[in-house]
Design a protein around this ligand. Structure first.
Ligand SMILES: Nc1ncnc2c1ncn2[C@@H]1O[C@H](COP(=O)(O)OP(=O)(O)OP(=O)(O)O)[C@@H](O)[C@H]1O
Ligand SMILES: [Zn+2]
Length: 609
């Protein structure tokens, strides 16, 4: 089944395809389909990048992968399988993150088209910027269940991926998670945090114990709790959950008694919390609901029925012991990483989330339902991926034919609309947003914060999380003084100082840039006394990025977090060179010189702007 372009397409397209080089980013559900289509269409030169290895859960829809490939590089296996369709194609596979320094602007410039088949915003934003910088058309794809979308992004002609700020992913206040859960997702997030506290990477922001700083709680919060019965085991002191669990040798009964008995009694003592809410009910290990359930109630697939609290406690004990064993078998200081596809990790979260849900009178969920919520999963539909990949390759052909104006965005709808359409194309290309803080000729954005409180470290986070930069550098506009350097050690000594302390004040403008992304933006600082952290401000009314608080609920492949991969931890700092030679292009404005501004970094900065 080897495709030949000659005789199928007109001469112009045949020639354009023959001379083309395409980059496919992501070899997952859509990426595999795109690669297969490109190969079968006769595209002769393709590169594919994916940072991940094949998981057994990919096999139901990523048809270039089979059972024997589990654990192997997605990019490499996708290449090998695709060559089976057409061995004459030149495919280069990279088992790597596209965010790596190795893929700079000059790398992107060698392609006629880049095709995104990713599952997270961070990588999508990054490729968007690289394609803008390299002036290469980007075909962006995505599916969420039965819905999907294909969109062309071309510098100066269309909207970029970041022209319309995306709604921030839903987050939950810490006190809801720790003190007053009211929905299953709150218990699931709590259970995932508990996993990290006990077996994973400890994060103080993910504390699971009662939050006495909850503004809703009374002043004497918890004062009486420590003296109540059930604390006789002496296990409610405010010491690290991990340290306490290790001392108790992860004894499931002791863990259970603390987490689902003592801590709940402690919460009950914060009386103000329960004035308008139904109070939680602490549980006792030896007397759990569902102990005597008739076997008839236990029919059906274990994943799809809701376990009783008693069953949850049994699963809790078994998974604790398996996870502890796993942790012990690792090198000192190593930790586990929660994975929805790892049995004990998923069992642990299901059991803990449901036990906590029962305590707070929240409906219990099946393991299947919890898996999809905890893993932020909207079921991936193979046909939706295939349709979107097909449309993407048709768009690639139109771009190569020079028919770029016909490449309007196309939406795949979950159901036919009232006009009988399953695919709904836009009528015209959507022009760029002139206020876009990424693709506007002079990008600009406001940063609302309290300059008296925001530290330089927080500012780095704002640039990384809010502006999606990988290694931001910032100077004061007009003065060239370095406020923030991505070069390790250069400005770190100022990390704990507030912006006011380093001399930045209301209205001050910073030039912030990311060398790798070839992206610079002017950031205006706006003093807001009430702002607890930071918030980006543009002229549009759409919600803008703000700091991450907690995990988000399921919101489809567009919203998932990036996965760790072989090179995600690589930064400019440990690459061989932090300079990139960028060839100038006739149709591009002059490329900026390498960004390192060797201006002195001041310690004592007074009124910088
Ligand atoms: N920074 C990145 N660089 C390269 N590839 C990436 C990057 N981020 C994500 N990817 C890849 O994009 C692909 C997206 O595919 P898909 O949405 O089908 O996800 P999946 O991980 O295969 O499936 P699921 O998340 O449903 O288990 C994945 O193979 C993922 O490894
Ligand atoms: Zn834009």
């Amino acid at each position: 089944m080897v495709a030949r372009v000659a005789g199928v397409f007109d001469e112009k397209l045949t020639e354009a395809i023959a001379n083309s080089k395409i980059l496919v980013v992501g070899a997952g559900g859509i990426g595999c389909e795109i690669l297969k289509n490109l190969v079968l269409t006769g595209f002769p030169n393709i590169e594919i990048i994916d940072l991940d290895t094949i998981d057994v859960s990919n096999l139901n829809r990523q048809f270039l992968f089979h059972k024997e490939h589990v654990g192997k590089s997605k990019a490499q296996v996708a290449k090998d399988s695709a060559l089976g369709f057409n061995p004459n194609v030149n495919i280069v596979a990279h088992h790597d993150s596209v965010i790596s320094n190795d893929y700079g602007v000059s790398y992107f410039k060698q392609f006629q088209i880049v095709m995104n088949a990713l599952d997270n915003r961070v990588a999508r934003n990054h490729v968007n910027r690289m394609c803008l910088a390299a002036n290469v058309p980007l075909i962006e794809t995505g599916t969420a269940g039965y819905a999907g979308q294909v969109e062309l992004i071309k510098k100066g002609l269309t909207q970029c991926y970041e022209c319309q700020p995306k709604a921030p992913q839903k987050t939950f206040p810490g006190c809801t998670i720790r003190n007053t859960p009211s929905e299953p997702i709150h218990c699931i997030v709590w259970a995932k945090h508990l996993f990290n506290q006990l077996f994973g990477e400890e994060d103080p922001d993910q504390d699971v114990s009662p939050d006495t700083a909850d503004p809703e709680a009374s002043g004497e919060a918890g004062a009486s709790a420590l003296s109540t019965e059930g604390n006789t085991a002496g296990n409610v002191e405010r010491k690290s959950t991990r340290a306490w669990a290790a001392e108790s040798n992860y004894d499931p009964e002791k863990l259970f008694t603390k987490l689902f008995g003592d801590d709940i009694r402690y919460l009950l003592s914060m009386e103000n919390l329960w004035k308008k809410r139904r109070p939680p009910t602490p549980l006792v290990w030896d007397n759990l609901p569902g102990k005597d359930n008739a076997p008839a109630q236990h029919s059906g697939l274990p994943d799809q029925r809701t376990w009783s609290v008693h069953e949850c406690a049994q699963v809790f004990a078994a998974s604790c012991s398996a996870l502890q064993k796993d942790l012990k078998s690792r090198a000192d200081g190593d930790h586990l990483v929660w994975d929805k596809d790892e049995k004990s990790s998923m069992d642990f979260v299901t059991a803990c989330a449901n036990i906590r849900a029962h305590i707070f009178n929240i409906p219990l969920k099946s393991r299947f339902e919890i898996k999809s919520m905890a893993g932020n999963i909207i079921p991936a539909i193979a046909t939706a991926n295939a349709i979107v990949a097909g449309l993407a390759v048709l768009r690639a052909q139109a771009v190569l034919r020079g028919d770029i104006n016909s490449c309007t965005s196309v939406y795949l709808r979950p159901k036919v609309n009232h006009r009988g359409q399953l695919f709904v194309p836009e009528k015209t290309l959507t022009p760029p947003n002139p206020k876009c803080y990424v693709c506007a000729p002079k990008p600009e954005v406001g940063l609302a914060c309290n300059l008296k409180q925001l530290t330089l470290k927080d500012l780095t986070t704002a640039f990384k999380e809010g502006l999606n930069m990988q290694a931001p550098d910032a100077t004061v506009e007009g003065k060239g003084l370095v406020v923030l350097s991505s070069e390790p050690g250069e400005t770190d000594h100022n990390n704990e100082k507030t912006l006011e302390e380093i001399g930045l004040n209301d209205g001050c403008a910073l030039l912030v840039d990311d060398f790798l992304q070839n992206y610079e933006v002017r950031v205006r600082l706006q003093q807001e006394d009430e702002e607890k952290s930071w918030r980006l401000v543009t002229d549009t009314d759409a919600p803008m990025p703000a700091p991450k608080e907690d995990e988000k609920p399921a919101n489809g492949s567009n919203g998932s977090d990036p996965k760790p991969g072989p090179s995600t931890s690589r930064t400019r700092a440990d690459s061989d060179s932090d300079m990139e030679i960028i060839e100038e292009d006739d149709d591009e404005p002059t490329v900026k010189p390498p960004k390192r501004r060797r201006t002195e970094v001041s310690d004592e900065i007074v009124n910088l702007c």
